[in-house]
Ligand binder design. Structure first.
Ligand code: NAD
Length: 362
């Protein structure tokens, strides 16, 4: 198989982790006789430094022409004073919008090897953690109207949260399709006691659920969901939610499974079927300016993101499983980057973690 992959290292630790992820793809190509052609393009702070804009047109066009996109992370304090439409994070929002990536899939699975890195008690972890957050990615408050006005001599800021029924229907179908291959349980997370957008979510999701009679659907307010994710995470199978709630809850979900450094994500553009879907793959963490350039970052989130890419966009299930097994073997051997270090484990740098996973991949 031959595939073109647009690669955006981005800022901060982006370069360090994506280097390791690309080495893993190279090894998969060698073992399984594929050809992955990397097209490196700039977005985020590094693009502002070189071209004055966070998302150059060439980058967008290269992504559109590719079979999938691999992204590290963007942002950092250096660019905090850029105008809001040219901040590094704006590149990410525009990429998602222009590529139609409305469905963000974020798994939260407890790897037994990382139990010690989780802040939760054993009695909670014993029941296991294995759920997926299906987050709407190109609607809601992040894409609503943002205003800063002067009203009666006072500054007033407004951020609008807008959802159409068709937007909700598309992401709901992704969640129902995913649930059909899992434990067939969806919790739709919202704030329907306050927000009218949430009430529309409930109406639409409920009506779609009639087409999926084998799936058990329930609703939960987001404040309760934030509590339940650490109180009893084993109750969840698929969490379906809007953009901002998904953003926040998935960081919480990452920390209970050990560290934000190991969680991958896929952002997809088609709700009909998961296989052969064009997607952008990235770890869920940011550019971690506090450890950038020190070779301390955990590359596993990026490496598992390429495993997701092979599984979902290229339908290469065996290759994807081989990467996951190589990661698990490395963790079983006791190697840890600083973010997931616990007593008796062997501390390694980003590049050594990459080497060990590379060597365990077969
Ligand atoms: P962050 O995820 O970058 O960092 C939060 C904490 O987690 C930090 O202590 C960091 O050191 C640690 N961490 C994150 N990834 C790690 C890894 N792979 N290995 C080890 N430790 C890791 O979040 P933040 O500090 O809120 O944001 C920093 C910058 O990243 C900001 O500019 C923000 O806007 C941006 N950001 C970008 C993305 C993205 O590109 N998708 C996502 C979130 C934040």
């Amino acid at each position: 198989m031959q595939k073109n992959i647009a690669v955006i290292h981005g800022d901060g630790i982006g370069k360090e982790i994506i280097e390791q992820a690309c080495r893993i793809l190279d090894k998969v190509a060698t073992i399984y006789n594929h050809k992955f052609i990397f097209n490196e393009v700039l977005a985020g702070g590094c693009a502002i430094d070189k071209y004055g804009e966070c998302l150059p047109n060439d980058t967008l066009e290269s992504c559109k022409k590719s079979d999938s996109v691999l992204l590290g992370a963007v942002g950092g304090p250096k660019w905090d004073n850029e105008p809001s439409n040219n901040r590094p994070e704006a590149a990410l929002l525009r990429l998602r919008k222009e590529l139609g990536l409305f469905a963000n899939i974020r798994p939260a699975t407890l790897l037994q090897e990382l139990r010690n890195a989780s802040p939760l008690k054993d009695c909670i972890l014993d029941k296991g953690i294995d759920f997926v957050i299906v987050r709407e990615l190109i609607g809601g408050v992040y894409f609503g109207e943002h205003k800063l006005e002067n009203i009666n001599g006072e500054r007033v800021a407004t951020d609008g949260m807008t959802y159409s029924a068709s937007q909700i229907e598309s992401i709901a179908r992704v969640a129902f399709n995913i649930a059909q291959n899992r434990k067939k349980k969806i919790v739709c997370v919202d704030k329907a006691n306050v927000l009218s957008s949430s009430r529309l979510w409930r109406e639409v999701v409920e009506s779609i659920s009639k087409e999926y009679s084998d799936i058990e659907l329930s609703f939960m307010y987001v404040d309760n969901a934030a509590m339940q994710i650490c109180r009893e995470p084993s109750q969840f199978d698929v969490i379906l939610t809007e953009n901002m709630f998904g953003d926040i809850l998935s960081d919480e979900a990452s920390v209970i499974t050990g560290t934000i450094g190991v969680i991958p994500s896929a952002s997809l553009s088609d709700s009909k079927e998961l296989a052969n879907n064009f997607g952008m793959y990235e770890p869920i963490h940011g550019s971690a300016p506090d450890i950038a350039g020190q070779n301390k970052a955990n590359p596993i989130g990026a490496i598992l993101s390429v495993a997701m890419m092979l599984d979902i966009s290229f339908n290469l299930k065996t290759e994807s499983r081989a990467i996951i097994q190589a990661v698990q073997k490395t963790l079983q051997d006791g190697y840890r980057t600083g973010d997931m270090m616990s007593p008796d484990m062997k501390l390694v740098l980003c590049s050594e973690m990459g080497d060990r996973i590379y060597n365990n991949l077969q």
